[in-house]
Write a protein that binds this ligand. Sequence first.
Ligand SMILES: Nc1ncnc2c1ncn2[C@@H]1O[C@H](COP(=O)(O)OP(=O)(O)O)[C@@H](O)[C@H]1O
Ligand SMILES: [Mg+2]
Length: 257
Amino acid sequence: MTRIYTLVNQKGGVGKTTTAINLAAYLAQLGQSVLVVDLDPQANATSSLGVDKRTVQAGTYEALISGEVLHSSILFNERLKLSLLPSSPSLAGAEVELVDELGREFRLKTALESLDHKYDYILIDCPPSLGLLTVNGLVAARNGVLVPVQCEYLALEGLGQLTQTIGRVQSLLFPDLKVRGVILTMYDARTTLAHDVVKEVSNHFPGLVFKSIVPRSIRLAEAPSYGLPISAYAPASVGAAAYEALAKELLKGDGVK
Ligand SMILES: Nc1ncnc2c1ncn2[C@@H]1O[C@H](COP(=O)(O)OP(=O)(O)O)[C@@H](O)[C@H]1O
Ligand SMILES: [Mg+2]
């Protein structure tokens, strides 16, 4: 069965999108068949993979509205061997349009079920909010959520609210929802603050923090403007090494390799 993980954290700028596309790229490079689902109306994952959101004919929006994924809406990148269900500006309207619909929280889960067995991994990139789109992402997270946390002052701030939302989804919608892991991002080894944050987050999520920590790296920030993941833009960079290590750690933990 396809492993489905959702990248979630209602804080913006913590590395959800960067992690979604670069982790996906390395999983694909390591031989997995991978689909990235862009669940953010801002479409950063879509553009980071070189797709202009204005040209998107069908994508996540249509999947949410219809409850199925149109085969033609999946864009396959030959070079990266990576599939994308793109976002488009119309996705911004989905929260409002779905609000009165029956089973509104299950739309993405149902849609992705139609793809079962087509992929080894599906990674869902959430918007920076805890609204209906993110709830759809949580309900669809069959194998758990991946929480990127930026190594900065007050890193844990807001995670209480996220934990609460996860708890509510567990009790009302998806009892088996779990946190698969916490990914530390934008780590700057030169600062003592970063060391403290690693300790603090590890204490807060015992056993759940990935050993592969993503350093702050200018190459990671540059890559999206070329429409490329770090594996294609700067494969020899420290950021690339970190995401490759993260992909291997995830595969190992999943018992795949
Ligand atoms: N490890 C990193 N080093 C340097 N810049 C990063 C790193 N991770 C992300 N960024 C940059 O920080 C910004 C926010 O990251 P992003 O992945 O878009 O966060 P989110 O999806 O959580 O809003 C982006 O401009 C991205 O390129
Ligand atoms: Mg994002």
